[in-house]
Design a protein around this ligand. Structure first.
Ligand code: ADP
Length: 251
């Protein structure tokens, strides 16, 4: 169900990811300060904020690459803190999360399916379906080095989505692309999200990208959420001076 999409998702129904009082310390520094967050099933949520505000740390904690200092983090009834990254069933598209250079496009997309023991015709159908969704069927036998940056990110997206992850995590996936390609990929990501309906948590410091893509935006400042709402609400009715200044500075 995606009924709560685009709304404040505080109801128990339809919540995909549930986070309460999440704290992360690095040494003596509290980098995430008792965060509360519910992400709805099918929602596209973006973490937006200045460098050092805690966006990547929060994403890495959800992915399982960093431990939680304290607090709760669940998908449904499953406590994520007890699971390794691969047990969490999350898809990842990170700027530096490279494709396997020695494998073809199709084999890259099939990788996650093989790991999860989806084999044979079922796997091949799924790979073909994902390549069609990202418009790369004709390049299925190429190696990553023979693709443009935008095409490589499309393969990474297809690979991450192929095994139907609980949540797709994306950290600055378009950061390395030039502006026109970025705009094109924004459209692509939005279309794929509409088509597949996966829950997405997306990290960027690019305000325009966040406003275009997201159902809701969490604006981070020094390990807190300074604002958490639909892009329209945050832009038109900033809840505090930090959010207002953040938008006016970035314009
Ligand atoms: P953002 O993604 O918003 O740029 P980060 O989550 O990368 O912010 O960083 C938040 C804060 O945590 C920063 O002050 C950063 O220096 C600190 N930090 C991140 N990773 C580590 C680490 N492994 N060890 C110590 N401090 C870290």
């Amino acid at each position: 169900m995606t009924a709560a999409r685009g709304t404040i998702a505080d109801q128990a129904v339809d919540v995909k990811l549930h986070i309460r009082r999440l704290v992360k310390n690095f040494g003596d520094t509290e980098v995430l300060k008792a965060l509360d967050l519910d992400v709805s099933d099918g929602e596209f949520l973006t973490l937006l904020g200045p460098s050092g505000s805690g966006k990547t740390t929060l994403l890495r904690i959800i992915a399982g690459f960093e431990n939680v200092t304290s607090g709760e983090m669940r998908i449904g009834d499953t406590d994520l803190r007890s699971l390794t990254p691969s047990e969490r069933q999350l898809g990842m598209v990170f700027q530096n999360y490279a494709l396997f250079p020695h494998m073809t496009v199709a084999d890259n997309v099939a990788y996650g399916l093989n790991v999860r023991k989806v084999r044979g015709p079922k796997r091949d159908r799924r790979v073909a379906e994902m390549l069609e969704i990202v418009g790369l069927e004709h390049l299925r036998d190429r190696k990553p080095a023979q693709l443009s940056g935008g095409q490589q990110q499309r393969v990474a997206l297809a690979r991450a989505l192929a095994y139907e992850p609980e949540i797709l995590l994306m950290d600055e996936p378009l950061g390395a692309l030039d502006r026109s390609l970025r705009l094109q990929m924004e459209t692509e990501i939005k279309r794929v999200h509409r088509q597949i309906g996966t829950t997405v948590i997306y990290v960027t410091h690019d305000q325009e990208e966040a406003l275009v893509l997201s159902d809701r935006v969490a604006i981070m400042s020094q390990g807190n959420f300074a604002g958490l709402d639909t892009p329209m609400q945050l832009f038109r009715n900033p809840p505090n001076s930090f959010v207002a200044k953040f938008f006016s500075d970035s314009n």
